[in-house]
Design a protein around this ligand. Structure first.
Ligand code: KG4
Ligand code: ZN
Length: 341
C-alpha cells in the first residue's frame, strides 16, 4: 500500500453535524459540514432527530466531499470515522456507513476518538498556522466537552482535568436561555459581552479541586439572580443585557483561565492549544493573547472551521493512525463514552 500518497475519507456524526472530509496526507482537500437546524426550535439537541437527520445527510455529504476534493472513491487509502464519544444514535449512522464503505472498497477502516480529533485538528496543514511542538497542553471547549489534556505525541494523550457536570458551551447556552436568547446562545452572549461591563455583576466561581471544572452551579446562580432582579424590575434583563452577558462571559473565561494557569504551573508547559466551538469566544481569545504577552505562553487557535465539529479533524487522526497501520476490524462498535488514552 502507498504510504506516501495517503487519501483518507473521514466521517463525523457524533452530535448534530454531519460531516465528511477528504485529506491528502495532512492537507485538507474538502471538509463538508451539514448542520442540523431542526434543534433550534427545541432549545437544544434532540438525539432522535439528530440521528434521523444524519441518515438523510450522510450520502449527499460524503458525495459532496469526494466531488469537492476531485477524488474518486477508488483512489481512497482508508475510511476514518468517529467512534465516540457522542450521542449513540448519531454515532451509529457514521459508524455503519464507514464500515460498509470500507468493506465495499476493500480498504482499511480506522476508528477515531472525537476528543483526540479536536486536538489533532492543529496538525491539518494551513498556511501561516504554526503547529504546536510536543509536549503541549490542549483545552477542548465546546457544547459537549471541557477537557484539559497533556499531549505527549500525536496519539499519546493524557486527560488532566475535565468537567464534572455541564460543558462550558452548555454554560454559555444555558445562561443565554435564562436571558431569553435562542439556542445556541454562546455566540450571542459573546457579541453582547463586547458592549458590556464585565464587572457590572459578580457571579461566584465554583470551588473544584485539582484541574477539573464545574459549571452547573454558575447556571443556577445566574438563574436565581435574574429571577430576583426581574421580580423587582420586569425589564431588568432588557435594560442590562450587555452588562449581564459581559459579566457571565468574564466569569466563565476566568474559570477556564484559572485552571489553565494551574495546569501550566503543574506541568511547566507553556504551549497551549485550544479547540472546540467555544474557542471562537472573544473573551477566551483575549485572555490567551494576554497570557502570551504577560506570561510567555504560546497559544494555538485553529481556524474556526476546525474548531467546531468537522470531519477534517477526524481525517487527520486517521492519517496518523494509517501511518502506524492502526486499523480497526469490523466488530468495532460506536461508543457514547470514550476516554482518551
Ligand atoms: O464544537 P461545537 O460546534 O459543537 C460541540 O458542542 O461539539 O461547539 C458549539 C458550542 C455551543 O455551545 C456554542 O454556543 C458555543 O460552542 N460557541 C460559543 C461561541 N461560538 C460557539 N460560545 C461562546 N462564544 C462564542 N463566540
Ligand atoms: Zn466536538
Amino acid at each position: 500500500m502507498n504510504k506516501e500518497k495517503i487519501y483518507i475519507l473521514a466521517i463525523e456524526s457524533s452530535c448534530d453535524d454531519t460531516s465528511a472530509a477528504v485529506l491528502y496526507n495532512s492537507k485538507k482537500l474538502s471538509n463538508v459540514v451539514a448542520s442540523q437546524k431542526i434543534h433550534e426550535a427545541y432549545g437544544g439537541i434532540v438525539p432522535e432527530l439528530a440521528s434521523r437527520a444524519h441518515q438523510q445527510n450522510i450520502v449527499p455529504v460524503v458525495d459532496r466531499a469526494l466531488t469537492m476534493a476531485n477524488i474518486d472513491k477508488n483512489q481512497l487509502s482508508a475510511i476514518a470515522f468517529t467512534r465516540g464519544p457522542g450521542l449513540l444514535g448519531s454515532l451509529l449512522v457514521g459508524t455503519s456507513f464507514a464500515k460498509s464503505l470500507s468493506l465495499g472498497l476493500n480498504i482499511p477502516l480506522i476508528e477515531v476518538n472525537h476528543m483526540q480529533a479536536h486536538i489533532l485538528a492543529h496538525f491539518i496543514d494551513e498556511e501561516n498556522m504554526d503547529k504546536p511542538e510536543f509536549p503541549f497542553l490542549a483545552m477542548t471547549i465546546s457544547g459537549g466537552h471541557t477537557q484539559l489534556v497533556l499531549v505527549h505525541d500525536y496519539l499519546r494523550m493524557e486527560i488532566l482535568g475535565q468537567t464534572l457536570d455541564d460543558a462550558v458551551g452548555e454554560a454559555f447556552d444555558k445562561s443565554a436561555k435564562i436571558l431569553g436568547m435562542p439556542y445556541p446562545g454562546g455566540p450571542l452572549v459573546d457579541s453582547h459581552a463586547r458592549k458590556g461591563d464585565p464587572l457590572a455583576f459578580k457571579f461566584p466561581k465554583p470551588k473544584v479541586k485539582g484541574l477539573d471544572f464545574s459549571f452547573s452551579g454558575l447556571k443556577t446562580s445566574i438563574l436565581y439572580f435574574v429571577q430576583k432582579q426581574t421580580a423587582a424590575n420586569p425589564n431588568f434583563v432588557d435594560e442590562n443585557l450587555d452588562d449581564l452577558c459581559a459579566s457571565i462571559q468574564y466569569t466563565i473565561v476566568n474559570i477556564l483561565m484559572d485552571k489553565l494557569k494551574a495546569t501550566v504551573k503543574q506541568t511547566g508547559i507553556r504551549r497551549v492549544a485550544i479547540g472546540g466551538g467555544v474557542a471562537a469566544n472573544s473573551g477566551i481569545r483575549n485572555a490567551l493573547a494576554e497570557a502570551e504577552r504577560e506570561l510567555g505562553w504560546k497559544a494555538y487557535i485553529p481556524k474556526f472551521e476546525y474548531c467546531t465539529d468537522n470531519a477534517a479533524m477526524i481525517g487527520i487522526v486517521g492519517y496518523y493512525k494509517f501511518k502506524n497501520e492502526d486499523y480497526s476490524d469490523y466488530n468495532i462498535a460506536a461508543t457514547a463514552r470514550y476516554e482518551i488514552g
